[in-house]
Ligand binder design. Sequence first.
Ligand code: F6P
Length: 371
Amino acid sequence: MRKKSRIAILTGGGDCPGINAVIRAVAKKAFHEKNMEVIGIEDGYHGLLNKRWRTLDDKDVSGILTLGGTILGTSKTANPYHYAVKKGNKLEFRDLSKVAIQNLNHLGLSCLVCIGGDGTLGIAYQLFKDGIPIVGLPKTIDNDLRGTDITFGFNSAVSIATEGIDRIHTTAESLHRIMIVEVMGHKAGWIALYSGVAGGGDIILIPEIPYDIQAIAEKIKERNRKGKRFSIVVVAEGAKPKGGDIVIQRIVKESSDPIRLGGVGFVLGKQIEKTTGVETRTVVMGHVLRGGSPTSFDRILATGLGTRAVDMIEDNDFGAMVGVKGNSFVTVSLKEVSKGPKLVPLNHPMIKAARSLETCFGDYPPSSPLN
Ligand code: F6P
């Protein structure tokens, strides 16, 4: 009898809504259509290095479609090629990739399915170059992954942020305040742009368009002159002033990507209140955007992507990720995916659409004589 082929699934980086839906899709198709054995590696590359894994069966992946987080656990710091080890009070970085590769070979896998963003998939690409058959799946609320129009988790995060902005609207209007809503997104402005448009933000600030405090103040004053006594500012955590820098919340020394952003909303709040004289409050949506059940859109996307990944395994289409282009699933090389973040292009149609509704992006629009 032909030996059952065995695959493993690993989730790396930040959790997000839809990971369990994608694990379910990969595992169910692998069990029922392909008669494969499925191993779940715990806590991302940590589990791989420490031999923490378990065999998954149908019961493990039933009832998880709507569940937030990841049943496998994840890690934002474990990188086998640059692994932080504590030596007294100091941290040392070691290349433990040989251990990871040995452990994978010991499992006798026909494929390792890596679910992650650019960090996790960058490591996956290195493992692929070192001989491991890999298929990647595009996960991040930030939507900043190259090679795909959309990542799962993004739609859920935008929906949560939009609901937050809607709720902030009523209190801003009642108290005639400026309310700033800070959203995640890392160095890209996708969440701020989409939730800002969906929530009717008056000012949307994204890292790709450095802001000018005077332009923001003028916009607020103009709204006040028109009798609109409140304003909503949606700001991406990675937004920065013209000629200035991002606001860093903390440095995670163990991480290969150590900078954690956050707090620009508070800096901006003080500046706006001082410049306009209008009372201002800041709300940081933060990790709320990563929590809870995925939207129906993300469940559908995760299911399509996950099942497509199993077809790629069967076709020996390794060193690649399943992506979305228009209405189709496509195969993109991990080399392309690991080339750095996908930022919002300045000619993005949603920026154009929002500008035509008088949304301010913290700059003087291209048509302005002041620009
Ligand atoms: O990449 C997902 C993300 O939520 C980013 O939007 C954010 O900058 C970062 O992770 C937060 O990281 P942590 O969970 O380590 O605070």
